[in-house]
Design a protein around this ligand. Structure first.
Ligand code: TEU
Ligand code: CA
Length: 552
């Protein structure tokens, strides 16, 4: 297997607008990230992923870009970004930027031109179709709207958008457009960034002819269409192959088979991907399914391409709330999920605040929310005549704002995030859960994460080890091994609120072992032998190292 720096990296995602506000306008900013770099460095991560900070009307928090080459005023300016970039490099870390090239803002000058007349030179940079029988060209939904088409009065036809109507999709069939995007990518890479997280990158190619969908509510027709691999190979050839950088594609609706086509080492497209089998199929933990997904991605991609591990991000509710226990066992459960993600095969991503066990939120009314996905859905359902209270309740668990509340730094007003009025309310639990407290407490979630990241630097088994699941069918137990060059790590996790008795597989029982990391105090057999049976406390996680040459 090829060894390479990014495979060995841990990435920390900074949703800058909710990270730290340096100037009191209530919005986090790049200067704020700069001021908190010591904190990120203390955690020990290798790479920082910054969500989009390009010029944008901000209808979808920066994912609606109106100028790819300047910095949104809220975030700061290009000089501040350059300063941040070199400060991160000085600390031995790297930076990846969000690349959002499936769509732009409807305020991008390209789109303003494109919609102005049928013979405008930028007309073909977006996707235009005639309507059908007084309606849109087909029956497709978009992610954020009941239709993926919006009518343009001036030209009396429709443009296509996979997301909100303020986010028209670019036409990747157009050669000039692709050239312009590649040039823009090179200009950021030439500035010294270390790669890209590529927003919904498998949506670039569209289905020929836009045929009606049998079931328009399953929007997978938006993704993974013929032509996509040609675009990405061209992007690799024209841009990426000329730099030593990493790329991670956001790739919804793929299986290990189709996902591998994006990241296979011989195909020269992307390095790694985020797939959404967990997020899309599991609103809450379904351990049986989770194990199947891990197994199939391991079998499908290990030693051929490279996978990622994450359970939350700025779009997905905080993991301790969604997949753990954010009440009585918040600390144990946050640590267990961290230990799991960092010992499964693939690059671990940490979303800001995860490392202190931040939780999801429940605000009182829809007015307190900002997420365009949630607000549009609320409006759509209420307009159908459904009870507003019921609609509101149904959207709470997965609202993207669960993860977008400000980073909780300390117990002062607004959690120390801003001296002004925060753009989104702070989670009321900030007096209990905050960075200052976490750093003072040697047994906090923070130090478990710090430890996990440090362990990866010394133990190649975490990166390159093969994976075997020994627990199949025995939920809530998840027991697996990673093995590499004679070293085996045995990971034992209790995904439940109850005590759990576990039989250690014969192969490993009684062998010489040491505890590498756990989330409870454990007294180990003084001869250092793996017991035959162990009793796990609620949400307990243990990782043992076993030297295989001593296994008889
Ligand atoms: O998200 C696309 C998106 O909707 C997925 O993350 C979704 O969660 C996945 O397909 C599983 O269903 C990206 C950005 O992360 C998001 O913030 C933007 O709103 C969106 O693209 C549009 O740019
Ligand atoms: Ca600010």
């Amino acid at each position: 297997m090829k060894k390479i720096w990014w495979k060995e990296s841990v990435v920390y995602q900074v949703y800058w607008r909710s990270f730290y506000d340096s100037n009191g306008d209530g919005i986090g900013d790049l200067q704020g990230v700069l001021e908190k770099l010591d904190y990120i460095q203390k955690l020990g991560v290798d790479v920082i992923w910054l969500n989009p900070f390009y010029e944008s009307p901000d209808r979808d928090n920066g994912y609606d870009i109106s100028d790819y080459e300047s910095v949104m005023e809220k975030a700061g300016d290009l000089e501040t970004f350059k300063e941040l970039l070199s400060a991160i490099h000085d600390r031995g870390m790297k930076v990846i930027m969000d690349l959002v090239v499936n769509h732009t803002s409807d305020q991008h000058p390209w789109f303003l031109e494109s919609k102005s007349s049928k013979d405008n030179p930028k007309r073909d940079w977006y996707i235009w179709r005639e309507g059908k029988e007084d309606g849109p060209p087909n029956n497709w939904r978009s992610y954020f709207e009941p239709s993926s088409w919006t009518y343009n009065d001036t030209t009396e036809d429709y443009y296509f958008h996979s997301f909100a109507k303020e986010q028209p999709d670019l036409n990747w069939k157009n050669d000039e457009l692709r050239k312009e995007i590649f040039r823009m990518m090179r200009s950021w890479l030439d500035l010294g960034i270390d790669g890209f997280r590529m927003d919904v990158i498998n949506l670039l190619a569209k289905q020929d002819g836009f045929p009606d969908a049998e079931d328009p509510s399953h929007i997978s027709y938006l993704a993974d269409n013929p032509g996509i691999h040609e675009y990405l190979q061209e992007m690799n050839r024209e841009v990426l192959s000329h730099y030593d950088v990493m790329t991670v594609g956001e790739i919804p609706f793929v299986t290990p088979e189709t996902g591998l086509l994006y990241v296979h080492e011989d195909r020269n497209e992307l390095n790694t991907l985020f797939h959404f089998q967990v997020a899309d199929e599991m609103p809450v933990m379904d351990l049986k399914r989770y194990k199947e997904i891990q197994e199939s991605w391991y079998k499908g991609t290990f030693e051929k391409g490279w996978n990622s591990q994450f359970l939350n991000n700025h779009d997905h509710t905080r993991q301790v709330t969604r997949y753990g226990n954010d009440g009585q066992y918040r600390v144990e459960s946050a640590k267990l999920l961290g230990i799991m993600l960092h010992t499964l095969p693939g690059m671990p991503y940490i979303y800001q605040g995860e490392e202190i066990g931040m939780t999801g939120v429940r605000f009182d009314s829809i007015e307190d929310y900002n997420d365009i996905a949630m607000k549009n859905k609320y409006k759509e359902e209420v307009e159908k005549g459904r009870d507003p209270e019921e609609v509101f309740e149904s959207l709470l668990l997965l609202s993207r704002d669960n993860s977008r509340t400000p980073m909780q730094w300390n117990e002062t007003e607004n959690a120390g995030f801003t001296s002004g009025q925060p753009w989104i309310k702070v989670n009321p639990n900030y007096k209990d859960i905050n960075v200052e407290k976490a750093l003072e407490d040697p047994s906090s979630v923070f130090y478990t994460y710090q430890n996990l990241i440090e362990l990866r630097k010394e133990h190649p088994v975490m990166t390159y080890g093969d994976y075997t699941d020994w627990s199949r069918g025995k939920d809530p137990l998840y027991l697996y091994t990673r093995s590499y060059e004679g070293i085996t790590w045995l990971v034992i996790l209790n995904h439940s609120d109850d005590v759990l008795d576990v039989d250690i597989p014969d192969h490993y029982a009684k062998e010489s072992a040491r505890l590498v990391i756990g989330n409870y105090q454990v007294t180990i057999d003084e001869r250092g032998h793996m017991p035959e049976k162990i009793r796990l406390q609620p949400h307990e996680a243990r990782v043992y190292e076993i030297k295989e040459n001593q296994v008889t």
